[in-house]
Design a protein around this ligand. Structure first.
Ligand SMILES: Cc1ncc(COP(=O)(O)O)c(C=O)c1O
Length: 510
């Protein structure tokens, strides 16, 4: 099915979902209702005026042209979305949640307290000392974190020019380092899919500002050498950045701060069940160790311990603002609600289920799955089959395929066994059943091979192009001068305590 805004093809017929205004309009007299001067107002307005059933059907049809977390699992790989529980919508819809950020602090103490508590929850979960809620996405969190690292080095008169990133990392890591003005040193993976410690030793040196690492990494493998990795980077005077996209696998069980990470972002849509930013506001809070707290974006929220209640303040060497106020609060409040409702046990349980699901699915799937056992996700190759065909076939059967190649992901703890089994069955259908079809597209005849079937229930309209793997400049690993040891800091060892009218021919005259 090819969508062109509100057009799609079904059973060889073009189907068009008109705009609401094409379904019927009414002219409304607005002369009386405006307090504005006459020269600034109109006398009448033409507004869409369909009957309620037509409105309901219109939006239902539009929603069916898309794939959504409420339609089925959304296993994209590291970017896998968690189901968004509806109770968090209730929390965010509470009129008290949407206070105007310019109101006096005295009058929004409840909101500030929640923001403060969320900062604390996230710090506790990540083993960090301080958190900003401001960045509006995981990628924005990465940029914030690397800008913080840059400010830290600059403040210590220690300008460094490179960020080291494993080849398996998400494209946003490379883009982030390049946007922050760093040269990217790409680190090849070892034979076991993990960081090659020897290559890391060769890659870091006096110019290393930071190593960006995802753990478990993007093929679902825990970086077992993380303590040694942290030591190597710290001894060279660099900082260790944690890409929190895969934190779901560690929730309540392991903390980046305890592993030696200095700065991290949290993808709240992957870990704490909020909607993703795409198409709407998102959030990617950043946590740091104490030494980096003075560089966090402004403002942050603190508890004055009874003196003035909760207040905002500017960190001493702040990098400035990366978004307005405390970020996208109505998304963040959903993360708060999720964490508060699950508590310690629930969070640890979510991580366990995600890991179990991924390993279960990796066993079921009849594709070549290298490495393992896994954490929350795994990578599979389609062998001599075209990965795009396998992915499209999965779509045909109502199973959203993982991105990049095929079958990249296990689960986020919210996929039931039937969904997992279905995904595995669909992915392993023999190649022979992936039938090329010739079809006519709306705008002129264009042949395209396409597996199996099409129809309004087939999720995802457009042919997915494989995403560009890496953004930003990269260059090879180079040998560095001997690492310069520096004294590293203490680590806390706390336990987690957080608790149209129906269309026949596709067109309706208005
Ligand atoms: C490993 C990894 N890092 C960073 C990101 C970027 O996060 P966001 O989509 O919230 O910008 C993603 C994907 O979403 C990811 O999978």
């Amino acid at each position: 099915m090819i969508h062109d805004q509100a057009n799609y093809e079904r059973d060889a017929a073009d189907v068009h979902e008109p705009l609401l205004s094409e379904k019927g309009t009414a002219i409304v007299d607005v002369r009386e209702s405006s307090p504005l001067p006459d020269e600034l107002t109109r006398e009448e307005l033409t507004l869409p005026n369909p009957e309620e059933p037509a409105v309901a059907r219109h939006y239902t049809r539009l929603s069916q042209m898309n794939w959504a977390i409420d339609s089925g699992p959304y296993p994209l790989g590291s970017c896998t979305m968690k189901y968004n529980p509806k109770f968090t919508e209730d929390v965010a819809a509470d009129p008290n949640a949407a206070v105007h950020p310019d109101r006096s602090e005295r009058s929004v103490q409840g909101t500030l307290e929640l923001q403060y508590r969320l900062q604390e929850f996230l710090a506790e979960i990540g083993g960090m000392d301080a958190v900003t809620l401001q960045p509006p996405a995981g990628a924005a969190g990465e940029l914030t974190g690397i800008l913080i690292a840059r400010a830290y080095h600059a403040h210590h008169g220690n300008d460094r020019s490179e960020v080291v990133i494993p080849a398996s990392a998400h494209g946003t890591n490379f883009a982030t380092a390049a946007m922050a003005g760093y040269d990217v040193v790409e680190l090849p993976s070892g034979d076991d899919g993990r960081v090659d410690v020897g290559a890391l030793e060769a890659a870091v040196g006096d110019d290393t500002a930071a190593l960006m690492l995802t753990n478990p990494n993007t093929v679902g493998l825990f970086e077992r050498d993380i303590t040694e990795i942290a030591e190597i980077v710290h001894d060279a005077g660099g900082l260790l950045y944690y890409d929190g996209a895969n934190l779901n696998a560690l929730l309540g069980r392991g903390r980046p701060g305890d592993m030696g990470f200095d700065v991290m972002h949290y993808n709240v849509h992957k870990t704490f069940a909020t909607p993703h930013g795409g198409g709407g506001p998102g959030a990617g809070p950043v946590g740091v160790v104490e030494e980096l707290a003075p560089y966090l974006p402004t403002p942050r929220v603190r508890d004055t311990n009874g003196e003035k209640g909760y207040e905002t303040f500017e960190p001493e060497h702040t990098i400035g603002k990366v978004h307005g106020f405390q970020g996208n609060w109505l998304v963040l409040i959903k993360a708060y609600a999720y964490i508060a409702r699950l508590g310690d046990e629930g969070l640890a349980d979510a991580a366990a289920k995600a890991v179990l699901n991924a390993n279960y699915l990796a066993e079921q799937i009849d594709l070549d799955v290298p490495y393992g056992p896994f954490h929350h996700e795994f990578a599979a190759t389609a062998g001599d089959r075209d990965a795009a065909d396998v992915a499209k076939r999965m779509l045909d059967f109502g199973v959203h395929p993982p991105d990049d190649e095929v079958a990249g992901d296990g689960a986020r703890g919210d996929v039931d066994r039937a969904d997992g089994d279905r995904g595995a069955v669909v992915a392993r259908r023999p190649r022979g059943s992936v039938q090329p079809r010739v079809r006519r597209q709306r705008r002129g005849a264009r042949d395209r091979a396409e597996p199996h079937r099409r129809g309004p229930d087939r999720p995802g309209g457009r042919r997915a192009e494989p995403p560009a793997l890496v953004a930003g400049a990269r260059r090879g690993v180079s040998r560095r001068s001997a690492p310069r040891p520096i004294t590293r800091r203490r680590r806390r060892g706390r336990l987690l305590a957080v608790a149209s009218r129906p269309v026949a021919d596709g067109r309706v005259a208005s």
